[in-house]
Design a protein around this ligand. Structure first.
Ligand SMILES: Nc1ncnc2c1ncn2[C@@H]1O[C@H](COP(=O)(O)OP(=O)(O)O)[C@@H](O)[C@H]1O
Ligand SMILES: [Mg+2]
Length: 138
């Protein structure tokens, strides 16, 4: 099953996206813990897309392509907002975070822990794509 959705850059859409992730995850046979991981990962990518990529401007849209098959879910998020190169990011500084000197920068770190595959690319047309995949562990 493969479905495509278009959303405005408004954090109000996160609830709908969470429901779509839960339904897709359970259709693909994931358990509640795995579904929670998928939902959290997708929420992080979409929150970044809305806030960082599209600057909370609801006149700008992003696209989600959701594909699920038994035991595997793959989600792509396409957006053409602010330029971004994840290789420019420093690793999150846990010491600063513990000391409450900074809070940001953990989302992308957790993303890689939650999902089996995380990749990012920028097309020639400037469209940024995040692709996250989870496979059911045997
Ligand atoms: N879709 C995006 N478009 C532009 N910049 C992004 C995008 N996603 C992430 N970033 C940048 O990467 C940084 C790290 O993201 P993240 O680890 O989720 O931390 P946080 O969202 O807490 O700042 C963000 O602060 C932002 O500068
Ligand atoms: Mg974030």
């Amino acid at each position: 099953m493969k479905q495509t959705y278009d959303f405005p850059a408004d954090t109000a859409v996160l609830e709908k996206i969470g429901k779509l992730a839960t339904d897709a995850g359970s259709n693909a046979g994931f358990d509640d813990i795995e579904i929670g991981d998928i939902q959290l990962a997708l929420d992080e990518v979409c929150t970044n897309t809305i806030i960082h990529g599209l600057k909370n401007d609801p006149s700008r849209m992003f696209q989600m392509v959701l594909q699920c098959d038994p035991g595997v879910i793959e989600i792509q998020i396409h957006e053409s907002g602010e330029p971004f190169d994840p290789f420019d990011l420093d690793d999150p500084n846990l010491e600063n975070i513990m000391n409450e000197q900074s809070a940001g920068g953990l989302g992308l770190y957790f993303l890689r822990e939650l999902m089996d595959e995380v990749d990012f690319r920028i097309g020639r047309d400037g469209v940024k794509t995040w692709r996250i995949v989870k496979r059911k562990s045997l």
